[in-house]
Design a protein around this ligand. Structure first.
Ligand SMILES: Cc1cc2nc3c(=O)[nH]c(=O)nc-3n(C[C@H](O)[C@H](O)[C@H](O)COP(=O)(O)OP(=O)(O)OC[C@H]3O[C@@H](n4cnc5c(N)ncnc54)[C@H](O)[C@@H]3O)c2cc1C
Length: 378
């Protein structure tokens, strides 16, 4: 690890005996812990320890690879639970189907993740490198200043809180951004896009190793193979789950699917499909008003969330975790600008991504009269 990051391992007792406490053990929290361990810092990951929501299958672009290599965890994607993603099949900007394969990418293929397995792998890797995982716990409050932070942790519902002393606190608690909220840091939301997700067994589906994206009047569909006949589908929309009177959620999604030009055929004729586990998830774009401060910083979704069209969420979580570890190390070593720089770079990255997203949405002009699309053109 030290060789791959180019960072000299250091004795944590040189600066402080206290660990860095990380709220959240998703991709951002685990990546931060792994990167910190390579720099000689101890960390404690506090996490509920069980998925609070069903995780929809997700895709990783090829350019995640150098980040995984930097943490020396690229082997995690070789697990049979994850599948190769050769690129995207899109119906976007015209009524034709286009293949956008990753052939020209210097890093090769992308991946369709088994999200739960990936999280377990990352956490196990963090533990293997020395992080302590407090599963079954949540962070409920934070106070103090750099080098002397006090973190309130509750283990299970109805249990008493305990206090952990920390040299630094990381908010990696995802969209909930529990630490930022306890510090009174607000969030500005750019939109309220909702993902209506469902799993389906679709024998004969044609997705193979690609992600399918199809724009429709009030949003866009995303479908990805999960292995065998299993597929995950998501309708990204502002409307959310609004079945007609007497209609179930699954019927509502099926009715909408039948309105697609191609996807229903690619799933092997929608008429025979019964959706399982239909649920809605917030998927909007937002950024914390402040991403770092005295003794704390936020990383991953706790800092910024990105429209899933960007496929940037996990890359941001892992890349952000690596940068967060450098910023924490620099701050604890006395560099007074390290946290401001971290805040600035994260905000700048967010702004750049928003501009790229608007550009991507503007490529679709067939529905330019529709509110969903108008909201996303600027
Ligand atoms: C529908 C949808 C599709 C997506 N598709 C993609 C995709 O294809 N590719 C991609 O890269 N990204 C995708 N994303 C985004 C991606 O899921 C997130 O960006 C990513 O999970 C962020 O990781 P994280 O570690 O920051 O947060 P999370 O994965 O949310 O992890 C946060 C962890 O913190 C825990 N926690 C919460 N509160 C507390 C607390 N108070 N104390 C301690 N722990 C706490 C949670 O239980 C959780 O374990 C998608 C998102 C959505 C909604």
């Amino acid at each position: 690890m030290e060789e791959s990051t180019g960072t000299q391992a250091r004795n944590v007792a040189d600066s402080t005996e206290l660990p860095v406490v990380i709220a959240g053990g998703g991709p951002a929290g685990a990546a931060t812990a792994i990167a910190l361990s390579g720099m000689g810092y101890r960390s404690v990951i506090v996490d509920p320890g069980m998925p609070v929501a069903v995780k929809a299958g997700e895709s990783l672009p090829p350019n995640i690879l150098p980040l995984l290599q930097q943490l020396d965890i690229q082997h995690l994607l070789q697990d049979a639970a994850h599948q190769t993603n050769l690129g995207n099949t899109v119906v976007w900007g015209s009524d034709d189907i286009q293949d956008r394969v990753f052939l020209a990418e210097p890093w090769g293929n992308g991946w369709h993740l088994n999200r739960l397995v990936f999280e377990q792998q990352l956490k196990a890797e963090a533990e293997h490198r020395g992080a302590v995982c407090m599963d079954g716990s949540i962070v409920t409050g934070v106070e103090g200043k750099q080098g002397a932070m006090r973190v309130s942790v509750r283990e299970g519902i109805g249990r008493a809180e305990q206090q952990l002393d920390a040299c630094f606190v990381v908010d990696a608690s995802g969209r909930q951004s529990g630490v930022l909220r306890s510090l009174g840091v607000g969030r500005h939301r750019l939109d309220d896009i909702t993902a209506v997700c469902a799993f389906v067994t679709a024998p004969g589906h044609r997705l193979q190793s690609t992600t399918f994206v199809e724009a429709v009047q009030d949003g866009w569909w995303y479908a990805a193979p999960l292995g065998g006949d299993r597929v995950v589908v998501n309708l990204m929309t502002d409307i959310g789950l609004r079945p007609k009177a007497g209609e179930g959620k699954s019927d509502m999604l099926l009715r909408r699917l039948k309105q697609t030009l191609y996807l229903h055929e690619w799933l092997g004729n929608a008429a025979g499909i019964g959706f399982e586990q239909v649920f809605a998830k917030p998927a909007g774009t937002a950024c914390a008003d402040r991403i770092s401060g005295d003794g704390w910083l936020a990383v991953g979704d706790a800092a910024c969330t990105y429209d899933p069209l960007s496929s940037y969420g996990i890359t941001s979580a892992i890349g952000g975790g690596i940068y967060a570890a450098y910023a924490i190390s620099d701050a604890l070593s006395g560099n007074s600008h390290a946290l401001d720089a971290y805040n600035h770079v994260q905000q700048q990255t967010f702004n750049n991504c928003i501009a790229m997203l608007a550009h991507q949405y503007r490529q679709e002009s067939r529905f330019s009269e529709k509110v969903f699309w108008q909201r996303r053109y600027s």
